[in-house]
Design a protein around this ligand. Structure first.
Ligand SMILES: Nc1ncnc2c1ncn2[C@@H]1O[C@H](COP(=O)(O)OP(=O)(O)OP(=O)(O)O)[C@@H](O)[C@H]1O
Ligand SMILES: [Mg+2]
Length: 459
């Protein structure tokens, strides 16, 4: 009784499957066929059981599987004009093949086909986004992209190359537009982590309330509105690569404390998460703020400053390395003309004079913008001084005026001096010793000045 119950139970299980199941013995005689398969073939048990499978099923290979003992998985079998996906498996007992089972997934073959197509399409999209992500997360600049050969910039490049070889935290400082971000990219791309992600966080651009979840990510339900499945933060994305904390001087004291913890422990949790995540990251921070005075003013945590200031790199402003201006301007001009698909422009002597005398408070970014404007408004192939804004152009006039004023001052000092000497000579009755005394200078000096102003014959 028990055995019958078990057989009935197993039969019920097999009949309730969505797949068609047919079982043959080692001779290829059908011993069982489930309900779905029977319904599909429009027959009853007696129509199949006890008959050679080759007589009741088209294109069957079950007898072959019995002979070879080799399973045939995911094969397509044509049954009643339909291509149906199936598997054929040998049944073994004590190592001997005692039969075979055929499984047809015919009921859902259309769905499967659609699914396979969908998977293929999705795979293609994944590849596409992976490539895109790689482009986004890749560092975009190398040392070759850093223009300039002045001593000042060469020294900085050398230092940055040293930083790249190590794994220490780098703090890049310098005025706005000097190339801090360019350097950060170059350091990553020359470091052993070059093939790994380079993730930038702009600490100034992200609103305070969002910064934490941006940096550390969040777990599902970490806060109201948290996305399903949670989201990794920038630190997690940067794992094994480099995280670039830009505008670090603009981070609130609260976030500074959180950042300090991550830098100290190299471990973090997502917002609303409990599982700590181990981090293997290289940190590059940058700022145009004077962090040291911010520390003094208690606007920046001293302990964080020590953590960041491991390998400081200071990039000098453009006005302190004017000799770089011609090279940088020409290289940028080439870049710009390429980008804008314009024939290559050159700089006139006057234009270069203007660029050389301007103070560039916005540094290379400002220079690039000035050149872009000039390229757009100049009609020929030569950029002239008039293609720059008056603010930039006036720098030459100011410089010229400065030297002109200096000239006048020098001239008037000379004129006054000559007049005084003449008066002293007259008053002393042309006695040079007395005149020198009256003027409070040495006699030799008076002789020299008389010669200078050609007063030898003055009477
Ligand atoms: N030495 C350089 N050679 C070539 N291009 C440079 C160089 N330095 C800066 N640039 C260019 O100048 C612009 C500003 O550079 P970057 O964004 O790195 O400056 P920054 O120091 O990060 O400025 P900010 O403090 O305003 O963020 C960019 O277009 C960059 O490509
Ligand atoms: Mg920057």
């Amino acid at each position: 009784m028990q055995l019958k119950e078990r057989v009935d139970f197993l039969t019920a299980v097999l009949d309730s499957l969505n797949e068609g199941i047919v079982v043959v013995d080692s001779q290829g005689i059908v011993t069982f066929i489930n309900k779905v398969y029977r319904d599909f073939l429009k027959g009853d048990l007696e129509d199949f059981v006890g008959k050679p499978v080759t007589e009741v099923l088209e294109n069957t290979r079950l007898p072959i599987v019995c002979q070879t003992g080799e399973p045939e998985l995911s094969v397509v079998q044509k049954v009643r004009g339909r291509n149906i996906l199936g598997h054929r498996l040998p049944i073994r007992k004590n190592g001997k093949v005692i039969g075979a089972v055929g499984e047809l997934v015919f009921q859902r073959s259309e769905e499967i086909k659609a699914l396979v197509n969908q998977v293929n399409a999705l795979e293609g999209r994944v590849h596409y986004y992976e490539r895109q992500l790689h482009d986004v997360f890749r560092s975009r600049f190398t040392f070759a992209d850093i223009y300039g050969h002045s001593d000042a910039i060469t020294q900085v490049k050398r230092l940055a190359l040293k930083a790249a070889r190590g794994d220490s935290t780098v703090l890049i400082m310098g005025e706005s537009g000097v190339g801090k971000e360019v350097f950060a990219h170059a350091i990553h791309s020359m470091s052993p982590r070059a093939g790994k992600p380079f993730i930038k966080v702009n600490c100034a651009a992200i609103p305070e309330q969002l910064l934490e979840s941006e940096m550390f990510g969040y777990e599902e339900g970490g806060f109201t509105g948290a996305k399903k499945g949670g989201k990794p933060g920038k630190f997690e994305l940067a794992n094994h690569g480099t995280i670039f904390l830009d505008e670090i001087g603009d981070m609130s004291l609260g976030m500074q404390a959180k950042l300090l913890r991550v830098l100290q422990e190299r471990e973090m949790e997502r917002v609303g998460g409990v599982k700590p995540i181990q981090l293997d990251i290289r940190v590059i921070a940058a700022t145009n703020k004077d962090l040291e005075s911010m520390v003094k003013a208690k606007l920046f945590r001293q302990d964080l400053w020590y953590r960041l200031n491991v390998f400081p790199i200071v990039i000098p402003p453009l006005r302190d390395r004017r000799e770089d201006i011609p090279e940088i301007a020409e290289s940028l001009l080439k870049e710009l003309c390429d980008e804008l698909r314009l024939p290559l422009c050159s700089l006139s002597k006057g234009a270069l004079d203007v660029l050389m005398s301007y103070s560039w408070p916005g540094n290379i970014r400002e220079l690039r913008n000035a050149l872009e404007r000039a390229v757009n408004i100049c009609e020929g192939k030569e950029i002239r001084a008039e293609h720059f804004t008056t603010a930039i152009r006036n720098s030459v006039k100011v410089a010229a005026q400065d030297s002109c004023q200096f000239h006048t001052l020098k001239k008037s000092i000379g004129e006054t001096e000559a007049e005084l000497i003449k008066t002293a000579l007259e008053a002393s009755g042309y006695n040079k010793t007395k005149a020198a005394k009256a003027l409070g200078i040495h006699r030799c000096t008076l002789y020299a000045k008389i010669k200078k102003y050609s007063l030898e014959n003055y009477k």
